[in-house]
Design a protein around this ligand. Structure first.
Ligand SMILES: C[S@@+](CC[C@H](N)C(=O)[O-])C[C@H]1O[C@@H](n2cnc3c(N)ncnc32)[C@H](O)[C@@H]1O
Length: 219
C-alpha cells in the first residue's frame, strides 16, 4: 500500500484522498477506514466534501495544518469538518457554526467523539453571540449557500487573524439566479477586496458543478 502525505495531515493512499483518523475505529459518514503501519486513515470523498474536491483539483495554498484554530461556518452534519478535525489534530481547535437544528443534532454527535470540535448552534450573522468564545482564529472556512455570503465573510473575517486564510465555497445560484455565475463571482471578489486578497479560485467540477472554490488572505 502506498501512503503519501501531500499536505500536512492529508494523504493519498493508492490514489485515494484520506486523513488520519483522530478517533480510531469511528466513522462519521460512509467513508472507509484503512489501517496501515499502526495508523488508521479515513478516505475523504470529493463528491461529499468540497475541500477534498479542491485538493484534488490542485489547491495550492493549504494552510489548514496541525494545530490550526479554525472557524467553520456551515458545518452541516460534520462531513468536511470531521476531516478538518483530523488534519488539525489535538493541538488545534475547530469551532463549528451551524443554524439548522436537524443538522446540529448530528453535528453534536460528531463533536462528542472529537474533543477538538466545538459546536456552535447559531446563525453566522449573529457573530456577537460567539465572538468571545472563538477569539481570533488562523483559518476561516465558509460553506453556507447564502445570499449574503460576501457580507458574512466580511463580518466573520473580523475573527480571522491578519494574514490568515479564508476558504470559501461560493454558490452563484444562492447569491443570484438572474446574473451569470462569472459576474456573481467577480462581484463577490470586489465586495470583499477591501479586507481580503484573492489568492486562488477555481471550479471544482466534476465533483460539484455548482460551486467556485476561493482562497483569500486577510489583509
Ligand atoms: C452546503 S451545507 C455545508 C456542508 C458542509 N460544509 C460539509 O462539507 O460537510 C451548508 C450548511 O450551512 C448552513 N447554513 C446556511 N446559512 C447559515 C447561517 N447563516 N448560519 C449558520 N449556518 C448556516 C446550512 O444549514 C447547511 O447545513
Amino acid at each position: 500500500m502506498e501512503v503519501k502525505e501531500i499536505f500536512e495531515g492529508v494523504y493519498r493512499i493508492n490514489g485515494r484522498l484520506a486523513t488520519e483518523n483522530l478517533v480510531k475505529g469511528l466513522k462519521v459518514y460512509d467513508e472507509e477506514l484503512i489501517k496501515h503501519d499502526g495508523k488508521e486513515y479515513r478516505t475523504w470523498n470529493p463528491y461529499r466534501s468540497k475541500l477534498a474536491a479542491a485538493v484534488l483539483k490542485g489547491l495550492r495554498n493549504m494552510q489548514i495544518k496541525r494545530g490550526s484554530n479554525v472557524l467553520y461556518l456551515g458545518a452541516a452534519t460534520g462531513t468536511t469538518s470531521s476531516h478538518v478535525s483530523d488534519i488539525i489534530g489535538m493541538d488545534g481547535t475547530l469551532y463549528c457554526v451551524e443554524f439548522s437544528e436537524r443538522n446540529m443534532r448530528q453535528l453534536i454527535d460528531v463533536c462528542n467523539t472529537r474533543v477538538n470540535m466545538l459546536p456552535i448552534f447559531e446563525d453566522a450573522r449573529n457573530i456577537e453571540k460567539y465572538a468571545e468564545d472563538v477569539g481570533t482564529v488562523d483559518i476561516l472556512y465558509q460553506d453556507l449557500s447564502a445570499r449574503d455570503q460576501p457580507e458574512l465573510l466580511l463580518l466573520n473575517g473580523g475573527l480571522l487573524k491578519r494574514g490568515g486564510y479564508a476558504y470559501v465555497c461560493i454558490k452563484s445560484q444562492s447569491i443570484s439566479i438572474a446574473k451569470p455565475p462569472k459576474q456573481v463571482y467577480r462581484e463577490f471578489f470586489n465586495k470583499v477586496s477591501k479586507n481580503f486578497q484573492l489568492v486562488e479560485s477555481f471550479d471544482i467540477a466534476p465533483f460539484d458543478r455548482m460551486h467556485m472554490f476561493a482562497v483569500f488572505r486577510k489583509k
